[in-house]
Design a binder for this molecule. Structure first.
Ligand SMILES: [Zn+2]
Length: 470
């Protein structure tokens, strides 16, 4: 009996030890047996693969961690591995859920595949022990067309020229299905548009030679199809190099006393001297405001809302574009800025009118520009009206040429009542004088559209109310 009970005690002990051992094993191995497959996100669903297609994908795994990621291209019986990578298992108990972003370059020609239908297969596996140690699988299949023929591009505009700090427009033809196209000046890209539904091949792009751009940068016209095939050409543009005016402005204590309280809510707290605060407004706040303007004009209408010359506000030109300004305080240089518009002064509280038909994309305070209206005229062309005392339009509203949009004033970084007027092309400030000049508009915009056989918007006939923009 005694030995039997001892044997029974041993049995219990072994059983409990076994249960504990299994429990511990399950506790540690359970994460390895998770059934959650990796998450796979494609940047853009691929439909066409060109000569050099860039596939952007993000993959993450919530459980045991990502083990492998592969991209294959299959055409008939040909299976080509485009990309494959394995990942080490994350340390025990510290699975990594951080997403891995991958850009895979696919070159169907180099893989020995032909133009035509194919299947793109993306597979991601994790470090789980499920599926007999193969891991949980996420598989994505995309039916694609391999198309390595570069898109057509034909220039229709001849005799192009552009002034330093000025604007130009080019008309060209591409295949109707292309997505991205436009003009590149140095590093700056100007988006092209296809605003004529009845002529889907016809494109137009307004571009600028920014006043801040170095001399002699290349100007190229380019187009890219959905597969990533690119065609580009050097754009024959004569650049007229101009010298810009330099101006010196004296900052007085009276000016600081008047101006600084207007900016109290945005001024940094780590500066106390009035002149240091002015320098901050003139550089940092100016930079932020210009960034805000760039954002306001970044989603322009794809149609041309204006037609003909822009109307010039009444009044005398007080300062020009793009004056290089040097600021002196008690005779010492303290700051610099470029004046990115034309200042026009008329009577106090003068009515301010839309320079051309458009849509209001900003109506309200805008830092150094004070109360400001920004109008989108379509195809990347916009105008700005600063220092207003009263804004008389609302964001989203459409306006006709010469419609009243506000009242002049001296808000923002201004002392005397005047209008600060700017024109932007593709988010770049350009010389407004060109847009006010009926000859410039005729030669550079209206005639070129007529030559291409397209009409401009009706009902907005510009009668050249503009005065000489001097
Ligand atoms: Zn100004």
């Amino acid at each position: 009996m005694a030995s039997g009970s001892r044997r029974g005690g041993l049995g219990w002990f072994i059983l409990i030890a076994l249960v504990v051992a299994i429990g511990v094993a399950v506790f540690f191995l359970w994460p390895k047996l998770e059934g959650q497959a990796p998450r796979l996100t494609l940047g853009r669903q691929p439909t066409h693969l060109g000569r050099d297609y860039h596939l952007n994908l993000t993959v993450s795994d919530q459980g045991a961690g990502l083990q492998s990621l592969s991209v294959q291209l299959i055409q008939g019986s040909r299976v080509k591995t485009v990309w494959h990578r394995t990942f080490p298992a994350p340390p025990q108990g510290r699975p990594s859920a951080a997403p891995t972003a991958v850009e895979v370059s696919i070159n169907p020609r180099q893989l020995g595949l032909e133009d035509g239908p194919a299947t793109l297969v993306i597979e991601a596996r994790d470090h789980s022990w499920r599926q007999w140690w193969h891991g949980n699988l996420t598989r994505r299949e995309c039916k694609v067309i391999i198309d390595t023929i570069p898109p057509n591009l034909r220039l229709l505009s001849r005799g192009l020229y552009i002034n330093r700090g000025g604007s130009a427009m080019v008309v060209y033809e591409t295949d109707p299905e292309v997505k991205d196209h436009g003009v590149q000046v140095g590093q700056r890209r100007y988006q092209g548009y296809g605003p004529w539904p009845r002529k889907p091949n016809l494109r137009v792009c307004f571009f600028a030679y920014s006043q801040g751009q170095k001399r002699g940068v290349p100007i190229r016209l380019w187009v890219r199809d959905p597969g990533g095939n690119r065609t580009e050409m050097k754009l024959p543009v004569g650049v007229r190099w101009k010298r810009f005016r330099h101006a010196t402005l004296n900052i007085s204590d009276r000016f600081l006393q008047e101006i600084l309280p207007r900016f109290r809510s945005v001024l940094p707290t780590d500066r106390t001297k009035p002149i240091d605060l002015f320098v901050w407004i003139n550089t940092e706040l100016r930079r932020r405001n210009n960034q805000q303007i760039g954002k306001a004009v970044s989603s322009p209408a794809g149609a041309m809302l204006f037609s003909g010359v822009f109307s010039r506000p009444q009044g005398k030109t007080m300062a020009g574009f793009p004056d290089r300004r040097r600021y002196l305080y008690h005779g010492k240089p303290i700051s610099r800025a470029t004046h990115l518009g034309t200042d026009v002064a008329d009577v106090t509280n003068a009515p301010i009118r839309a320079t051309a038909a458009g849509r209001v994309v900003h109506a309200g305070p805008l830092g150094i520009y004070g109360n400001t209206v920004i109008l989108d005229h379509g195809l990347g062309v916009a105008s700005l009206y600063g220092h207003l005392s009263v804004v008389e339009v609302k964001t989203g509203q459409t306006v006709t040429r010469n419609q009243r949009i506000g009242t002049s004033g001296a808000t923002g970084l201004a002392l005397g009542d005047h209008l600060h007027f700017s024109v932007l092309v593709g988010g770049v400030f350009v010389d407004p004088l060109e847009w006010w000049d009926p000859h410039w508009i005729r030669d550079n915009v209206m005639s070129r559209l007529r030559e291409a056989g397209v009409a401009t918007p009706a009902g907005d006939k510009a009668k050249g109310r503009s005065r000489d923009g001097g």
